[in-house]
Design a protein around this ligand. Structure first.
Ligand code: ZN
Length: 505
């Protein structure tokens, strides 16, 4: 068996390397590549994707897994090797069940869909996007039909981003969250208020902002020998390898909060990418286990740490030194209040922590309705506008700030949005457990001692990579299933403590 296991590990190392190259091409395209490079890059990326697909679906790999599985069943189920065989089988089945012509159509529809979306946005006209979206819905149905064993068709979509999560499980959780958040937002929210109550506003050049962001990240654990920070339009983090982490952020010369909080968010993603056990490197087990768990790490640093009273106390004198004017006139309590204010608004990516999940719940409800046929593509804009009024009490002026605001559906990404909210829920469950273990964490944060927090996350989450599926990981760490109430409790307590909500309701 040792020979076959070595063969499997060699194949997984190649697949892992090809994945790293794909991530590097994407990072370069979003940060460095001159616009003229786009056509050649598209060809290079397509070639790489074909090579990747061929490796993933190789019949030799299937035969190897057939041979290894009886052996793996005898091993300690928690061993790296047993888990490697399990994940390799899962990835293989997912890849081989989609016929090549459908895979090619999915790729083509992605490019065409994004083009139609760009044109529809430019013209502020949903009808220009309508056919491309209908095509994506149809292709999703054909994709779902490739798989069996899912209870609900939408489960097959969810499973690509959050392995093992089901619609039956998600629907009541999101309904509970919605029913709690709607009254909370109407009690705490103020539509007229500026984001962050106007803190961080002013004129700040990019160089000053970048130095200030690096100063903060350096204190949190950013290692310049292993990490980079570059500007981009839509910030992301990419783990090319555990010792090669690329963060990106966006600089708004009138609002320092954009760069600061997106950098905190991406730092959380980067730390996860960097933290897997050395023994898992180049096995494909070193990848993050799901988008929801990934997002729990970014939200934890952005919101649970980054908008805490202790962090504000630590941050304030630092920013007064590095970005004069950004938080002028504020004391700790003032900054803490400002960064936790609630403003129902139209655009998801600009939403505050409290309203954010309602944007996601709307998208989840609409995706389910589109996929089960209870909502037609033509009725989507009206359903969107109705949902924004019902959930957030805001009136949508047009499709650009409404149904056309996100790129996801144009690229066929359905079942993806829920992972953002899962991140908030999982983050709060981890935060509870973490605070049990690190009773002193607030004082540590206030003193700028982030190592214990970072180490706790590495020990409990990061080092496992994707060895344990999300449900199992959460259970191992917290002893619990996915829950809504830790997040709600955390939010209510913070809003009351920051003086955003008159009394904890
Ligand atoms: Zn994120």
């Amino acid at each position: 068996m040792s020979e076959q296991l070595a063969d499997l590990r060699r194949r997984m190392a190649e697949i892992s390397d090809l994945g790293s190259l794909g991530a590097l091409l994407f990072w370069d395209q979003q940060t460095m590549m001159p616009p003229g490079g786009a056509p050649a890059r598209a060809e290079a990326a397509a070639t790489l994707a074909r090579v990747f697909h061929a490796r993933e679906t190789s019949p030799d790999l299937g035969a190897l897994l057939d041979a290894l599985e009886p052996w793996a069943a005898e091993q300690d189920p928690d061993s790296d090797d047993a888990r490697l065989v399990w994940w390799a089988r899962r990835d293989y089945e997912k890849a081989v069940r989609v016929p090549e012509d459908l895979a090619a159509e999915l790729t083509r529809a992605k490019a065409l869909g994004q083009q139609a979306w760009i044109e529809a946005r430019a013209a502020a006209d949903f009808s220009l996007f309508r056919d491309a979206l209908a095509r994506q819905v149809d292709l999703r149905h054909r994709y779902i039909a490739c798989f069996d064993g899912f209870e609900h068709p939408y489960d097959a979509l969810l499973d690509d981003f959050e392995p093992g999560l089901t619609t039956a499980e998600l629907r009541p959780l999101f309904a509970e969250l919605r029913d709690a958040l709607v009254p909370l937002v109407s009690a705490a929210g103020d539509v007229e208020q500026e984001r962050n109550a106007g803190a961080f506003k002013g004129e700040f050049d990019v160089v000053t902002q970048k130095l200030a962001v690096l100063d903060v990240l350096g204190a949190l654990g950013y290692d310049p020998d292993r990490w980079r920070l570059d500007p981009t339009l839509h910030p992301f983090a990419s783990g090319i390898a555990p010792d090669d982490v690329r963060l990106t952020t966006r600089y708004d010369e009138h609002d320092f909060a954009v760069a600061l909080y997106s950098a905190l968010h991406e730092f959380g993603h980067g730390l996860y990418e960097a933290g897997s056990d050395r023994a898992l490197w180049r096995t494909t087990l070193d990848d993050p286990v799901s988008l929801g768990v990934h997002e729990s790490q970014s939200r934890l640093w952005e919101n649970m740490v980054g908008r805490s009273r202790a962090f504000c106390a630590w941050l304030l004198p630092r920013l007064n030194a590095t970005v004069p004017g950004a938080v002028a006139g504020l004391d700790t309590a003032g900054l803490y209040h400002a960064v936790n204010t609630v403003q129902p608004s139209l655009v998801r990516t600009e939403a505050d922590e409290t309203t954010y999940n309602l944007h996601i719940i709307l998208r989840f409800e609409l995706e389910l309705a589109l996929m089960d046929g209870s909502l037609g593509v033509d009725d989507l804009p009206a359903a969107w506008d109705e949902g924004m009024d019902r959930l957030l009490g805001v009136q949508v002026p047009g499709p650009v700030e409404g149904v056309l605001q996100d790129v996801h559906w144009s690229a066929g990404l359905m079942g993806y949005f829920p992972t953002y909210t899962l991140g908030n829920l999982i983050g709060a469950q981890l935060w509870d457990r973490l605070r049990d273990d690190l009773a002193d964490v607030d004082a540590q944060i206030e003193r700028g001692e982030f190592a214990p927090l970072r180490e706790w996350l590495r020990e409990h989450v990061h080092r496992h990579g994707r060895k344990f599926p999300p449900r199992e990981l959460l259970r191992r760490i917290t002893g619990e299933e996915l829950r809504v109430d830790p997040f709600l409790r955390y939010l209510r307590e913070k809003l009351a403590d920051a003086g955003v909500l008159a009394t904890a309701t």
